[in-house]
Write a protein that binds this ligand. Structure first.
Ligand code: GLY
Ligand code: MN
Ligand code: MN
Length: 421
């Protein structure tokens, strides 16, 4: 509200319910921006911030209580609960919003609002402003400026508070336990979906959900970056790549490990694995305050290009291979992304044309990989090997804090854990 100033008003809609099929809806997930500001987890709600308004700065419009509907769909806070339990200064039935909100907007000159995300709500906002404009001849005042609220809010979300970091540490811990569980239970002949089931079980046991569809790719399926089919059988002698994280109390984890289905790396698998691991450790070392966003990626690219050259998969001088992006046929994604309430979290990666500098409180994934296409272009012994190692890293004054550090990633440690399973 301090950033908006006293002539601004912010308007945020709750996430709508999403149909899944026919008359069944997806489980409700509140919009991250809305939840960040309100902690309010119901659909059909609108949060309004009016800095400096004497009769209340934080207003919530929400569903009224309705015993009959609550019997089917569960508890509703109602306007009274919104004030009592969610800290709203005032709250109103959502059905009265057309009568109440324009009158509040009248005293504001700037509307902070995330335009273009919700077409239906865009229409309501336009209607409220137009209803004020049409009163112009009667001396009614209408706001003149629309400002993108996301710009301010997403910068706030990029810097995590201590309590947010602690929520993320808990989300990482649950995902670590699930990865351990899957590693220990893996046997040749199992199906990818059976490993996925271990994750769902461990997540739900801790009141968490998946933060994205788990990727369980055996053998060359690991080279399909967004493989979520998870239906193939796991073969003796193959690796399996698992990218799975959870969401706990609205904060996400995002972890990848790659390990041998039979519990032992082959020499070729180990050789490629060691390169990815070295790249990941080099990137984590660069995930420090004051470095720019792309420095961890540069470090990973360097180690990976050098490693691929040593394996004979790339040919040329190191500087030229890096300059030409020759590594991209094996490593085609970036080394990380912001992580927070959303798995690919909000926040700009550049300020103007320059990469952003890393600062305390930011959280990023570090996830280099090598994926060798399963084609005759490459030596048979390397074909179809896909390896990624992904951890969640908070930037702190004392250096990188790896939130997912409890999970093994040295090849010997992975083999030992799998033997124990
Ligand atoms: N699991 C999504 C990602 O790693 O970005
Ligand atoms: Mn991931
Ligand atoms: Mn990721």
């Amino acid at each position: 509200m301090r950033m908006m100033g006293n002539d601004g008003i912010a308007i945020l809609p709750a996430a709508p319910l999403q149909p899944r099929s026919r008359d069944v809806e997806h489980r409700y997930r509140q919009d991250s921006d809305f939840y960040y500001l309100t902690g309010f987890d119901e659909p059909e709600a609108v949060a309004v911030l009016v800095p400096g308004r004497e009769s209340g700065e934080f207003l919530l419009f929400c569903r009224e209580k309705n015993p009959e509907k609550e019997l089917w769909d569960g508890h509703r806070a109602g306007p009274e609960g919104a004030v009592r339990d969610f800290g709203a200064d005032d709250a109103f039935p959502i059905n009265d919003i057309d009568d109440i909100l324009p009158g509040i907007m009248e005293s504001c000159s700037r509307v902070y609002y995330a335009m273009g995300l919700n077409a239906e709500f865009d229409g309501h906002v336009a209607d409220w402003v137009n209803s004020l404009r049409s009163g112009g001849s009667r001396g009614v005042h209408a706001p003149q400026e629309f400002v993108a609220l996301d710009h301010l809010l997403h910068d706030m979300r990029l810097y995590k508070s201590r309590s947010e970091i602690s929520a993320m540490r808990r989300a990482a811990k649950v995902a670590v336990a699930a990865h351990e569980r899957a590693m220990k239970s893996t046997r040749p002949g199992m199906y990818e979906y059976e490993l996925e089931a271990e994750f769902l079980y461990e997540f739900r046991r801790h009141d968490a959900w998946t933060s994205y569809s788990p990727i369980v790719g055996g053998g060359a399926n690991a080279c399909t970056l967004h493989y979520v089919t998870n239906r193939d059988q796991l073969k003796d002698g193959d690796l399996v790549l698992i990218d799975a994280g959870c969401e706990l109390d609205f904060y996400a984890s995002d972890i990848t490990r790659t390990f041998p289905v039979n519990g032992r790396f082959s020499p070729e698998q180990r050789a490629v694995y060691e390169i990815v691991l070295e790249a990941q450790l080099a990137a984590i070392e660069k995930t420090v305050k004051g470095n720019h966003w792309d420095e961890p990626h540069d470090a990973a690219v360097r180690v990976i290009t050098r490693g691929l050259r040593k394996l004979g998969l790339l040919d040329g001088t190191l500087p030229k291979l890096i300059k030409d992006g020759a590594y991209r046929q094996f490593f085609m994604h970036k080394t990380g992304h912001w992580l927070g309430m959303d798995v690919h979290d909000v926040g700009d990666y550049k300020v103007g044309d320059e990469w952003r500098l890393l600062e305390s409180g930011m959280v990023t994934t570090v996830e280099p990989g090598i994926y060798i296409p399963n084609t005759r272009k490459y030596p048979a012994k390397f074909r179809g090997i896909g390896i990624r190692i992904e951890d969640d890293v908070a930037i702190t004054a004392k250096g990188p804090d790896v939130l997912s550090k409890g999970l093994v990633k040295e090849p010997d440690a992975i083999e030992a854990l799998m033997q124990a399973g």
